[in-house]
Design a protein around this ligand. Structure first.
Ligand code: GEK
Length: 240
């Protein structure tokens, strides 16, 4: 696994963040050192899969990147299930296709390059948006969640993990500062933190926890609750 040094040198102009080959090369290191609780969220998604994924049902890993969720889920569900691992980044999809091991004892995985706003969700017992909805323009988020809701079986689950923002300025400052300290403790310099922040400014749009929960309720989920939080990162479980 390569170390993420993408923003370590001063850049004349910091462009918008893109999930290209350079990012794919360092992605596991980048997400582990940038998202507090990422490893815990992954292993708990395994637990949730074991609980919610029934025989012969479908699982959707939406914005799968290098398939971290897909791999964890695959180890915890019946072999007659089918996982759809979907991402719009060609570089991510190519890398995941190379890395996935075929196995007759595990669920089948279909790796697809597509925009998650265009995919059909059907017979799903579990849908995962692990830090993906934040990259979808806010005005398109409700329609996507409605399609997920309609494609889920009754009793099926959605796991939605997101970077969030806070309604009060002092909360926002405190939690952002704690996140930056976490990144510094993981070896990122102030320059790297600042340049990455600029790169993500227009592409990653966080919303408040309340906005997420209210939207999930509006869409029709019977339960929507935050099951994990570390600083400004949360994971929500919603049940149809
Ligand atoms: C993990 N879930 O390791 N359609 C499809 N994919 C998209 C779209 C879209 N419209 N927009 C962004 N993506 C993973 C981590 S990363 C999170 C997910 C992060 C994809 C994008 O290409 C990238 O691979 C992923 O969403 C977000 O558990 O980097 O902070």
């Amino acid at each position: 696994m390569d170390k993420d040094t993408i923003y370590s040198m001063p850049l004349a102009k910091v462009g918008d963040f893109r999930f290209d080959e350079q990012v794919v090369q360092v992605f596991p290191d980048m997400i582990e050192r940038s998202v507090p609780g990422y490893g815990s969220i992954l292993s708990m998604i395994g637990e949730l899969a074991a609980r919610y994924v029934g025989e012969r049902s479908h699982v959707y890993d939406l914005g799968c990147s290098l398939g971290a969720c897909t791999k964890v889920i695959r180890g915890r569900i019946p072999a007659n299930c089918h996982i759809h691992a979907i991402d719009s980044s060609q570089a991510m999809i190519e890398s995941l296709r190379r890395a996935l091991e075929p196995s007759e004892d595990l669920a089948t995985v279909e790796v697809e390059k597509a925009d998650i706003r265009d995919v059909t969700i059907d017979k799903a017992s579990l849908c995962v948006l692990n830090f993906t909805l934040q990259f979808i323009a806010p005005e398109g988020r409700e329609a996507l969640l409605e399609r997920i809701f309609h494609g889920l079986n009754l009793g099926g689950a959605l796991v939605l993990s997101e970077k969030i923002c806070f309604p009060q300025e002092n909360q926002q400052e405190l939690l952002t500062d704690l996140h930056h300290s976490f990144k510094r403790a993981n070896g990122y310099s102030d320059l790297e933190i600042a340049q990455k922040r600029t790169a993500l400014e227009k592409t990653l749009i966080p919303e408040t926890l309340e906005t997420h929960l209210k939207r999930l309720e509006r869409v029709g989920f019977s339960v929507a609750t935050c099951w994990f939080q570390c600083f400004n990162f949360v994971s929500i479980l919603a049940i149809k």
